[in-house]
Write a protein that binds this ligand. Structure first.
Ligand code: SAM
Length: 279
């Protein structure tokens, strides 16, 4: 176990998810590189591990390279941890790992929890193929352009998102990718774990009533060739039902928008279409 950089996955909530190998490695290494030293020290204390822990995030990552290479050259071993889950997955570490490779030392993965895979394995969706995007662009304009660019991807998309941006993210998705099937996996492995599988419009409804808290993974179905035909058909059916129930075309359009969060643009297109179809 000497002169090796171990990349060690740690729990994403439930401490019982640490692997036996991770504990063994953490007990044996000479140095631990951590995103947040306080968080990692708490985990190491819980595991009964006492060893030197230094921070490794942002600019610090590059600064730590000489220190890590010195340790490895002396035949010592080093472990890289992130705050939670698998290092480098929307977390720091890739730069350091590539430098260790370039310097000719061995890199060993110690796999374990990852929010992305935990969400995917419980989602009940065919997991292959998928694209993992990490955190989507924060600015609405940039996110909308991103969604427009990637709209016709057939594979499912997986995003990380903070709870306070979840609703806006779902609304933008509904606007551009329309009402696809999606899964929200919240607080995985923790006390308030919640997995919701539904159409984006229904998830919007849910999270408009219950403010999401905690950490979130969002999985969205890919584009289907006949997606637009299916949606226009079911929209048309609902619109006709509302007209039959006595609503004016304007009120029916408003109701569809309010009840199902269907973008106004789509509803007006539909109303326009129906008017043109009338003899
Ligand atoms: N490296 C981590 C991994 O392997 O999953 C992810 C780190 S990333 C900085 C943090 C994001 O991962 C959170 O904002 C959330 O989107 C997702 N995440 C982490 N833990 C989670 C959990 N317990 N439940 C749901 N999502 C989680």
């Amino acid at each position: 176990m000497k002169g090796i950089l171990y990349v060690v996955a740690t729990p994403i909530g439930n401490l019982k998810d640490i692997t036996l190998r991770a504990i063994e490695v953490l007990k044996a290494v000479d140095l631990v590189l951590a995103e947040d030293t306080r968080r990692s020290k708490a985990l190491l204390n819980h595991l009964g591990v006492s060893c030197r822990v230094v921070s490794c995030y942002g600019e610090r990552e590059e600064e730590r390279v000489p220190m890590v290479l010195d340790h490895l050259s002396e035949g010592k071993s080093v472990a890289l941890l992130s705050d939670a889950g698998t290092p480098t997955i929307s977390d720091p570490g890739s730069l350091l790992i590539s430098k260790v490779w370039e310097a000719g030392y061995k890199v060993v993965p110690i796999p374990g929890p990852s929010a992305l895979l935990a969400a995917l394995m419980a989602a009940g969706l065919e997991p292959k193929p998928f694209t993992f995007w990490g955190f989507p662009p924060r600015k609405r304009g940039e996110f909308i352009s991103f969604l427009e660019r990637e709209r016709k991807r057939k594979e499912r998309s997986i995003f990380y998102q903070s709870p306070n941006r979840l609703l806006n993210t779902l609304e933008a998705l509904l606007e551009v990718w329309e009402d696809r099937f999606a899964v929200v996996a919240r607080e995985l492995t923790k006390m308030h774990e919640e997995l919701l599988r539904d159409r984006i419009s229904r998830l919007i409804q849910h999270f408009s009533e219950t403010t999401p808290k905690g950490e979130v993974v969002l999985i969205v179905e890919g584009y289907q060739e006949n997606q637009e035909d299916v949606e226009i058909e079911s929209l048309r059916e609902m619109y006709n039902q509302l007209l039959k129930a006595g609503l004016s075309s304007k009120d029916a359009a408003k109701a569809l928008h309010a009840l199902f969060a269907i973008p106004k643009r789509r509803v007006y297109e539909l109303a326009q279409h129906q008017m043109e179809e009338k003899p």
